[in-house]
Design a protein around this ligand. Structure first.
Ligand code: DQQ
Length: 589
């Protein structure tokens, strides 16, 4: 075991002075992965600032991305006849948002992908200005269909469908547009024709009719508008939305699905839904993916959330980092629900132009409902484990306040790390202040890894340069609120790169945890060159982040477990693996 006790006291650790510098650098920028980032007007700089070596160093080794150009939202994921399909918003002409078509890749394992020609391009009046986000549905006669938003000749948002030209082609390479597109127009009182997009996967109601929901702005409020159809061709708007809220004014990329508390087997919304199942409505807004848990009232044909929170800052989040426009599907192959999300770059637009690419998708995650029915849990699909090699294994490492333990023997640039932190005592947990929930990023900045707590901070330092002047921390703190324990997961990027102009927030999310019963908190982090994707407390809080350390270019980075709380924590189990490079879109099919 290689244990490097920190110089005591902790403030002498190089972190601290750097953290102090950081406070003055923090900007008010929020995640730059929302529509503001995608739909702003880009100017191509004359002289790219990033050398080609940098571009190569930051390309991920096993996350989903095409060989070049811009991508954003995952579209229409599905499993059909033994093949997984991943479509995505793609600019074939450059590494900024624009000229959007549906890129298309196929896989048998969700990790290695074959790149195909774009599946949908703007060729008709109803999608000539862009083929935007949508979903796939497999109809009752095993017929796949995609419904997507087109920006029409007048730049109104309309809903179109495409069908595979040849269902016996295993890759469903070519898709045709029926003559009757657009199937749904943005008509009706109060509907904003520029805020009417991103149809969900269809589901069948008890009356045998298909339903979809479309993200909209209705009378200035956000709504998931409900449409019904007998044949998936002719659609009628239901007189009430599936759900709407005046706490926001537009929802992008709604997703509606059923989940069973405590069971990680997924449900197909069109199949019989077992008793005790709950429903989830996910929506993308404020540069984040948020969700509500509730029930689907079949009589009223409406989603009814268990809890209504007027302040949308308090809504639960799929991910507390850089993760947007996610879409889930039922994987009939393994009986699970899988969710995909888009992670934008957080370097500059000129860097993206110089790199020649921008945007990745997070590792597909299995998603299910916690046993108490209050929170979704997520975990990387098991297939990603096929990339693991060179296992490093440690048990029983005691981390006292200020200890730092180097995890050696893995490729710190491309790794998968799983740690169980056993809490020797939770008595010293600091009191919880509910106002922190309104701005978790602020709290992660203020209570960063250099600030001692009763229980925590403890966690990982990743992508650290030799002298620690670049590093990213992923760490927990434990708080006590009346009879409950509340855990904070932070991913602090403020020292992630010495390169100027990067967006480097300190992301954070809270979750309740029965620490009297559990006694330990797990952390899993997937490190992939410029991606740091973390799953805290068995997937109760997830944080996806992008980082651009200069140390990556030199190929020398380190990884540590640490504790800086008064209570000793024990690493009861630590496993780390180097990750092989996956075959992601290197071949054309
Ligand atoms: N991206 C698409 C829209 C969607 C947005 C356009 C979300 O359909 O609302 O590329 O990132």
């Amino acid at each position: 075991m290689v244990m490097a006790p920190l110089p005591q006291p902790w403030p002498h650790w190089p972190f601290l002075s750097l953290f102090l510098i950081l406070f003055s650098c923090e900007s008010n920028l929020h995640c730059r992965n929302g529509v503001e980032a995608t739909q702003r007007v880009f100017l191509y700089p004359q002289s790219p600032k990033v050398s080609s070596i940098v571009s190569k160093a930051y390309r991920t080794g096993y996350h989903f991305q095409p060989p070049k150009n811009w991508i954003n939202d995952p579209n229409g994921p599905m499993y059909y006849n033994g093949i997984y399909h991943e479509f995505y918003q793609y600019n074939p002409n450059g590494s900024v948002w624009g000229n959007i078509v549906w890129g298309h890749s196929v896989s048998t394992d969700l990790i290695n992908w074959i790149r195909l020609e774009p599946a949908i391009e703007g060729t008709t009046p109803s999608d000539i200005n862009g083929c935007w986000t949508g979903s796939a549905t497999i109809l009752t006669d095993d017929q796949p269909v995609i419904i997507y938003t087109g920006a029409d000749t007048e730049k109104r948002q309309v809903q179109n469908i495409v069908l595979p030209k040849n269902r016996s082609d295993p890759y469903l390479r070519e898709w045709s547009k029926p003559k009757n597109n657009p199937l749904i127009q943005p008509v009706g009182p109060g509907l904003n024709s520029n805020q009417f997009r991103d149809p969900t996967t269809g589901w069948i109601g008890p009356d045998g009719l298909w339903r979809i929901a479309v993200g909209s702005e209705l009378n200035g409020y956000s709504a998931a508008l409900l449409y019904k159809s007998k044949d998936f061709m002719q659609w009628t708007r239901v007189d009430h939305p599936l759900y709407s809220s005046n706490a926001s004014n537009m929802w992008e990329c709604p997703d509606f699905f059923a989940v069973l508390p405590g069971k990680n087997n997924g449900l197909d919304l069109s199949a019989a839904i077992p008793n005790g199942a709950k429903h989830v409505l996910k929506m993308s807004l404020d540069y984040c993916d948020k969700y509500m848990i509730g029930v689907y009232d079949l009589k009223r044909d409406m989603f009814v959330p268990d809890t209504i929170l007027d302040d949308r800052r308090l809504w639960l989040r799929i991910d507390y980092g850089n993760y947007y426009a996610s879409k889930s599907f039922f994987d009939s192959n393994k009986g699970r629900r899988i969710i995909w999300g888009w992670t934008n770059e957080t370097d500059s637009t000129s860097d993206d132009v110089a790199k020649g690419w921008a945007g990745i998708h997070a590792i597909p995650r299995t998603i299910w409902l916690d046993g108490d029915g209050k929170r979704l849990l997520q975990w990387p699909v098991e297939e990603v484990e096929s990339l693991r090699r060179n296992e490093v294994n440690h048990q029983g490492i005691e981390l006292k306040k200020g200890d730092l333990f180097e995890i050696k023997g893995t490729d710190a640039l491309q790794a998968d790390v799983e740690i169980d932190f056993e809490l020797t005592s939770i008595d010293a947990a600091d009191p919880f202040d509910p106002s922190w929930l309104l701005d978790t990023e602020k709290h992660c900045r203020e209570a960063d890894a250099s600030v001692h707590g009763g229980v925590g901070p403890f966690g990982l330092v990743v992508l650290a340069s030799d002298n620690m002047d670049e590093h990213t921390t992923v760490h927990f703190r434990v708080y006590k609120s009346e009879q409950k324990y509340i855990v904070l997961l932070c991913s602090d990027l403020r020292r992630s790169s010495l390169r100027p102009g990067m967006h480097t927030p300190a992301y954070g999310g809270f979750f309740e945890y029965d620490l009297e019963k559990e006694k330990k908190i797990s952390l899993r982090t997937l490190i992939d060159r410029s991606a740091v994707e973390s799953f805290g407390g068995g997937g109760r809080a997830c944080i996806m982040a992008r980082v651009y350390p200069t140390a990556t270019v030199d190929g020398a980075t380190h990884m540590y477990a640490f504790n800086n709380g008064s209570s000793t924590v024990k690493v009861s189990q630590l496993k780390a693996w180097s990750m092989r490079r996956a075959q992601v879109n290197v071949k054309k099919g």
